[in-house]
Design a protein around this ligand. Structure first.
Ligand code: HDD
Length: 738
């Protein structure tokens, strides 16, 4: 039988799912197609080029993608199948036959679809993008990707640390911020976090802190939480963890969005310029949208309403064209033998250098502009490693970093099933690769030649080693301090409290309230009174007032500090950039709910919807039922709407219950509409209203209260709301308690 001609477009994946309220995407057909037809086109934010293979010549497109080719279902060997729904049986009601190859292949492959999740940072979301160098790093760094105007493809993965792969995005936790720069000189990975200091000073303690933070081993609860005894047992005994812990008890532990987080390389790295001179640096990512957080209540509600909140937020923003971006910056310190700066030990990863002492100097911009097209292939299989460095960037003797250099390759061997994970498309270098690594599980290279060893004469001596003039990575002749072999830590690592105190002091009163609430919640979840008591002692050593407030909430006595309260030499008393408040920021990608009453006059709704989208924000129409209102699709019904998904709420109408339908509130407002307004008010979100919406606003909030905008029509109100959103939240609605 002759084979049918293949249609040109063959992939059946990438069915677009329109974001709530976003009109325009063509819906798939109601019927299952009977003949091959062209599939729905890939989403614009997913189109991209495949990375090139590291071994041999470029593969043909057919060889690089061994899935989803042609219109017909095949076995993994390419044989076409005419049935995938019925196993081969001895008679329609008889037993299944072992000879059914397709059945066995389908089930066997399915049985092995899962791989071990990451031992930490299991839950994540990622995106492709581009990094553009400013050229400003040239005086200190010779890495080519930092050159002015040089554009380098990147892949960035954000993550929580503690929860497993299916856990909620909004857990209180540190966030990972790992970026792979596919540079022409090899791949550089900046494997960073959203907090500039770490829990521990020596990598040998990493299993301890992770075991303490993960769920209790007997019952495996709680998931993705630090609010339990083992975590607080460890950090209250291991006081170098107190500084990091204070940061994530603060608002940075519950970011509003991955797009609104800073990133920090934490360790000090050593850079070399073209003249061979070295400097010590710390890397920073500064988000264009500013640093913003959820409230704790929002984070908890989102855990139920939308556990994928951050993942969805990132991909929706990219899909809608609101491409998140960050500036990469460096703090530069002289490379002295002491490796300290203003009294701060640069090798201690539990310390940061306040920006007042060393400004962050911008060296380039990262923009994320393309969503992955396959979560498993890209986001799950990407393998970062702080040891992936390029000429011009080197490590220091920070004992945390030194241990990381071992751990990352090691973990991929189990997670990705063998030593060839660098050949997975997402991990392939974009620079030419010519290694002598051979064979092993999952080998995809079809290596030519007979001499994967050096020296050789059989392959013409290839590959040759490169000199510095050929762009080779060089080992810097850094002096190693002389000493005896010992398991010890430098005395300069001993101060565990002074920078935590600096952080606490630098918070605004409302941020301090959030920290007090976070400790009160977390310690309130601990069963053991001795652990709460011990942690209160640590808080007393950070700041007496912080300790007293948490102790009061727990109903326990506040201990006295046991450490010296004076600041160490060189420390600033206060550091403004540590606070997230103040300033005005772009509103790109913010979500604006529009509550409508379909029975009312909604003539201005389409214009309002378009104006919000034109301002790079996402409008979501919320109505009692689905369908369309005045030509605009309903994004959420009362059954699916949650206030916590919104950054601001517009009341275009006041949907009411029929008087006899069921018990209603005194104002007659549909109760779920009332809850939306109440929660937005309570979470200090901007709320606007016009027409009948004004009545609802007055009934459910404090008339004339902060962050309420009323006007004659939606467009007028939108202006006021956009202005309020630039500050993220209506902070005046949270009166400071202390
Ligand atoms: Fe780590 C993953 C960041 C210390 C061992 N780490 C991982 C990821 C990030 C970080 C962002 C997720 C990467 C991804 O998205 O795939 N880790 C950090 C930072 C640290 C740090 C900023 C301190 C400054 N890590 C650290 C230590 C060790 C590890 C001290 C071990 C001694 N980290 C790992 C790991 C992971 C990992 C077990 C799990 C999955 C992976 O590597 O690929 O090797």
């Amino acid at each position: 039988m002759p084979l049918e001609e293949e249609p040109v477009m063959t992939s059946a994946k990438n069915t677009p799912t329109p974001a709530p309220g976003r009109p325009g995407s063509a819906p798939p057909s109601l019927e299952e197609p009977a003949r091959p037809t062209g599939p729905l086109p890939p989403k614009p934010d997913q189109q991209g080029v495949q990375p090139r293979t590291p071994t041999g010549a470029d593969p043909s497109p057919d060889r690089s993608t061994n899935a989803q080719q042609g219109a017909h279902l095949t076995t993994s060997q390419g044989a076409r199948l005419r049935d995938t729904d019925h196993s081969l049986k001895a008679g329609a009601r008889g037993p299944v036959l072992l000879q059914d190859h397709h059945l066995r292949e389908k089930i066997t492959h399915f049985d092995h679809e899962r791989i071990p999740e990451r031992v930490v940072h299991a839950r994540g979301a990622a995106a492709h993008g581009v990094f553009e160098g400013y050229g400003t790093a040239e005086p200190v760094c010779r890495a080519a990707f930092l050159a002015q105007g040089r554009r380098t493809e990147v892949f960035t993965r954000f993550s929580t640390v503690v929860g497993s792969r299916g856990s909620m995005d909004t857990a209180r936790d540190t966030r990972g911020f790992a970026t792979k720069f596919y540079t022409e000189e090899g791949t550089f990975d900046l494997v960073a976090n959203n907090i500039p200091v770490f829990f521990i000073q020596d990598g040998i303690k990493f299993p301890d802190v992770v075991h303490a933070a993960k769920p209790h081993p007997d019952r495996e609860i709680p998931q993705a939480q630090s609010a339990h005894d083992t975590f607080w047992d460890f950090v209250s005994l291991h006081t170098e963890a107190q500084h990091h812990t204070l940061w994530f008890m603060g608002d940075r532990g519950i970011p509003r969005s991955y797009r609104m987080m800073e990133g920090f390389g934490i360790h000090t790295f050593r850079l070399t310029n073209a003249a061979g001179e070295t400097s010590l640096v710390k890397f920073h990512w500064k988000p264009a949208l500013g640093v913003h957080s959820l409230t704790w209540e929002e984070a908890q509600l989102l855990g139920g309403a939308d556990p994928d909140f951050h993942r969805r937020d990132l991909s929706d923003a990219i899909e809608s064209g609101a491409h998140p971006s960050w500036e990469l910056g460096i703090q530069v310190f002289p490379d002295t033998e002491a490796q300290t700066f203003e009294g701060i030990d640069l090798l201690d990863p539990t310390k940061f250098v306040p920006e007042e002492l060393a400004p962050v100097q911008p060296v380039g911009r990262l923009t994320l502009d393309r969503n992955p097209s396959n979560y498993f292939a890209e986001t799950e299989q990407v393998a970062f490693n702080p040891g992936h460095l390029v000429p011009g960037i080197d490590v220091t003797d920070d004992p945390l970093l030194q241990v990381r250099l071992f751990s990352y390759v090691d973990t991929q061997l189990t997670r990705l099933g063998g030593p060839n994970f660098a050949q997975l498309p997402i991990n392939r270098a974009h620079a030419p690769v010519n290694d002598m690594l051979r064979d092993g599980y999952g080998q995809q290279g079809d290596h030519a030649g007979v001499a994967p060893y050096r020296p050789n004469s059989l392959d013409g001596g290839c590959p040759f080693t490169a000199g510095e003039q050929d762009g080779a990575v060089t080992d810097l002749p850094v002096r190693v301090p002389e000493g005896i072999k010992e398991r010890a830590l430098s005395a300069t690592f001993e101060d565990h409290y002074s920078q935590a105190r600096l952080f606490w002091r630098s918070m605004t009163p409302v941020e301090q309230d959030h920290i007090v609430d976070a400790y009160s919640f977390e310690l309130g979840k601990c069963y053991e009174a001795t652990i709460r008591q011990r942690q209160l002692q640590c808080l007393a050593n950070i700041d007496g007032r912080l300790c007293a407030r948490v102790a009061e909430a727990l109903g326990m006595p506040a201990p006295e500090s046991t450490v010296a309260a004076e600041d160490p030499a060189g420390q600033v008393p206060f550091s403004a950039p540590l606070s997230q408040l103040g300033g005005a920021w772009p509103v790109d990608g913010r979500t604006i709910g529009i509550l409508v009453d379909p029975e009312a006059d909604n003539s201005g709704l389409l214009d309002l919807h378009e104006a919000i989208a034109a301002a790079s924000m996402t409008p979501v129409v919320i109505a009692p039922r689905g369908g369309e209102v005045a030509g605009v699709p309903v994004g959420r019904t009362f059954a699916t709407a949650a206030s916590v998904e919104l950054d601001a709420l517009l009341l275009a109408g006041a949907p009411r219950l029929a008087p006899d339908s069921r018990p209603s509130s005194a104002d007659g407002l549909e109760p779920r509409a009332g809850t939306l307004i109440d929660e937005c008010w309570h979470h200090a979100k901007a709320i606007g209203a016009w027409g009948p919406g004004r009545e609802a606003l007055e009934a459910r909030t404090v008339p004339g209260g902060a962050g309420l905008v009323v006007g004659d029509d939606g467009l007028e109100v939108l202006d006021g709301i956009t202005e309020l959103l630039a500050a993220h939240r209506v902070w005046e609605r949270f009166p400071a308690r202390a």
